[in-house]
Ligand binder design. Structure first.
Ligand code: AMP
Length: 116
């Protein structure tokens, strides 16, 4: 599966399903992950329906930068001054399960490396 049509995240953007939203602007939305893997686990998504990182184009350069800056802002607003991790799982081997591009922000504990 690699197409972006209707995903659970597009339904969160349209408010068809609820989410714990912590940040929103014209381009991006951030909300708490429903199955947190760390004390803080927030997802940052573009409102533009890009299925996965592989599908981003050079025209998305500013949007991708905006998503990273949004991740930084959201992480610091969540109190992660000691650090955090930003992860983009991409396609099957990357463990992606929702095909709407998203950045995981994980923090609030010491994270192990390498990830599994
Ligand atoms: P990935 O495996 O990288 O595609 O991550 C998808 C993430 O979306 C997982 O961490 C899920 O827990 C999370 N998730 C799935 N459905 C929801 C939802 N309705 N609200 C918030 N997070 C969700």
């Amino acid at each position: 599966m690699s197409e972006t049509t209707e995903t659970i995240f597009s339904k969160i953007i349209s408010r068809e399903i609820p989410a714990n939203i912590v940040y929103e602007d014209d381009l991006a939305l951030a909300f708490k992950d429903i199955h947190p893997q760390a004390p803080v686990h927030i997802l940052v998504i573009p409102k533009k329906p890009i299925a996965k990182l592989d599908d981003a184009e050079s025209e998305d350069r500013d949007l991708l930068g905006h998503l990273l800056l949004t991740a930084k802002r959201v992480a610091l607003e969540a109190g992660l001054e000691n650090g955090y991790r930003v992860v983009i799982n991409t396609d099957a081997d990357g463990g992606q399960t929702v095909y709407h591009l998203h950045l995981h922000i994980l923090g609030g504990r010491q994270l192990a490396w390498p990830p599994g």
